[in-house]
Design a protein around this ligand. Structure first.
Ligand code: ZN
Length: 183
């Protein structure tokens, strides 16, 4: 396995709409290796999610996992999930605001409104359909990763940019007011 280089905002791949995969593509050794490398890369950088465009691959793949993480001590845990060709089939009307960061936008945090709960349909790593209901932090991470697959980043979802902060200023002035994540 390998740790992959993360594309940063400004690289065109971050703004492209990612391409869906066929079941036979999903089952290919190349994509299976890519999935393992994405998981390893997400863990290496202590992300809670990673979308394929973030490692310069414009395909509809995202990985999500929230474990014990010293940088995010208060996060509810989410077991490893792989979402291929994900679709958000329903969203709650209720929006919640919380902090987000992004491995492709280093050293920044901002407050982003997201739907509080959703239903996501996708394919798993074997190509089988998967349907999951998520709320709270897990729903937030799914929306963040799904956005990446459409060429969007969390900055596009901020109501305004007044909370946008560098990490050290975030820690100094904001950290106790909200939880936060990076993906
Ligand atoms: Zn991100």
């Amino acid at each position: 396995m390998a740790i992959l280089k993360v594309a940063r905002l400004g690289h065109p791949v971050i703004r492209q709409t990612a391409v869906p995969l066929t079941v036979s593509e999903i089952q290919s050794p190349e994509i299976q290796l890519l999935l393992d490398n994405m998981i390893e890369t997400m863990r290496e950088y202590e992300g809670v999610g990673l979308a394929a465009p973030q490692i310069h691959v414009s395909k509809q793949i995202a990985v999500i996992e929230v474990n014990e993480n010293p940088r995010y001590p208060n996060m509810p845990k989410v077991p490893l999930v792989i979402l291929i060709n994900p679709r958000i089939s329903s969203r709650s009307k209720k929006l919640v605001e919380d902090w987000e960061g992004c491995l492709s936008i280093p050293d920044m945090r901002g407050v982003v409104p997201r739907n509080d709960s959703l239903v996501c349909e996708a394919l798993d790593r074997t190509g089988k359909p998967l349907k999951l209901e998520a709320d709270g932090f897990f729903a937030r991470v799914i929306q963040h990763e799904w956005d990446h697959l459409q060429g969007n980043v969390y900055l596009d979802r901020m109501t305004h940019l007044k909370t946008l902060s560098h990490l050290s200023e975030f820690a100094r002035y904001w950290a106790n007011s909200h939880d936060h994540d990076e993906s």
